[in-house]
Ligand binder design. Structure first.
Ligand SMILES: Cc1ncc(COP(=O)(O)O)c(C=O)c1O
Length: 344
């Protein structure tokens, strides 16, 4: 990418030298909307939804906020190729592939899962965006991911290309900024709607969204507890991952935040049979919310998290009054390969 174009993309949003470069890629601010009917029916707190499923059409979801920082860093380091990884229906990989196409970067996706005859959902969009795709069996991927990424990186070096590796879900010190800065937007939303939510709930899959929100509420003076509903693994895994992303972030950027004062909380118990495997109650919940509120969730991330939030409302975790916020992190394309799970 010529320097002139690169400069155009990188915005000068450094605050006291603490912030990394950022690209303007997402459609922001996203709306904050109340779910009036559902909240009234439940008789608990009023549920608001931060519509980060609207960060773009094919770029929808939470990953774009993180990639504004990860891809800016790649450009700042003069890279021409992006390597990233995820499941075969990864929303993160789809968003990365499309943004690479938008920025004129080569994209190589290392995917966990089998090659299919007819690509569907996110994978179809990966191919449409011209990404180079390598498939690995789940066992090999889990055993060797770091080595695979290093090998792919070395192959590009041999071709005189400069590649930049973005880890799973862009959940690392750089990607954390995406949801730290989303909190500046949330603060404005709360002022505009004159609300003071005490709880913010999101799906957590690789931890970066939750890490960013947890640090962001502190940085922007929002008095709310952030809860991640894990969609895979368990509470211990996420406490460790979110905390270590936060430590890496602070080590890299020296924002001066007191990490001890941050409260990392996970709501476990809604994973079901495993990652991307949802029980029938999740599909029923998705259909109810779509019909009742016109809000479309997905079976891998937001459906599980939303269902978990509703269950915890019934258990009284958030109290029975006041406002709570669900971050809709997108994921609609992951629904199509699971279409047969819906009974109409
Ligand atoms: C739609 C959607 N929601 C939530 C998440 C979870 O975000 P994170 O990976 O930052 O935990 C992801 C990605 O993993 C996602 O694709």
């Amino acid at each position: 990418m010529p320097n002139s174009v690169k400069k155009q993309y990188i915005s000068a949003q450094r605050v006291g030298g603490q912030m990394p470069p950022r690209l303007k890629l997402a459609q922001l601010p996203t709306p904050l909307q109340p779910l009036q009917r559902l909240s009234e029916r439940l008789g608990g707190p009023k549920i608001w939804v931060k519509r980060d499923d609207l960060t773009g059409s094919v770029l929808s979801g939470n990953k774009v906020r993180k990639l504004e920082f990860s891809l800016a860093q790649a450009l700042a380091e003069d890279c021409d190729t992006i390597i990233t990884c995820g499941g075969v229906q990864s929303n993160h990989c789809r968003a990365t592939a499309l943004l690479c196409a938008q920025l004129g970067l080569h994209c190589h996706l290392v995917l966990r899962g089998n090659e299919v005859q007819v690509p569907d959902g996110n994978l179809l969009l990966d191919f449409l965006a011209g990404a180079e795709v390598s498939f690995y069996s789940t066992a090999q991927y889990q055993r060797e991911l770091d080595n695979i990424l290093m090998r792919v990186h070395a192959d590009y070096k041999k071709q005189n290309r400069k590649a930049f590796i973005i880890p799973t879900g862009a959940s690392d010190a750089i990607g954390v900024w995406g949801y730290v800065e989303a909190c500046a937007e949330l603060k404005q939303d709360f002022i505009q709607h004159d609300i003071s939510p005490k709880h913010i709930i999101c799906a957590t899959g690789s931890g970066g969204t939750q890490a960013g929100l947890t640090a962001g509420v502190h940085r922007y003076g929002i008095d709310a507890q952030v809860w991640g509903v894990n969609v895979c693994d368990d509470e211990a895994w996420f406490l460790n991952k979110v905390n270590s992303d936060l430590v890496d972030w602070e080590r890299r950027y020296h924002t001066g935040i007191n990490l001890e004062s941050l409260s990392v909380k996970v709501i476990d118990g809604y994973v079901g049979a495993g990652y991307a495997q949802a029980g029938q109650q999740i599909f029923t919940c998705i259909a109810d919310v779509a019909k009742g509120e016109g809000l479309v969730l997905d079976p891998v991330y937001t459906g599980k998290a939303f269902y978990g939030m509703l269950d915890q409302i019934e258990n009284g975790l958030f109290g029975d009054s006041g406002d709570i916020v669900f971050i809709h992190t997108g994921g609609v394309f992951g629904m199509f390969p699971q279409r047969s799970q819906f009974a109409f």
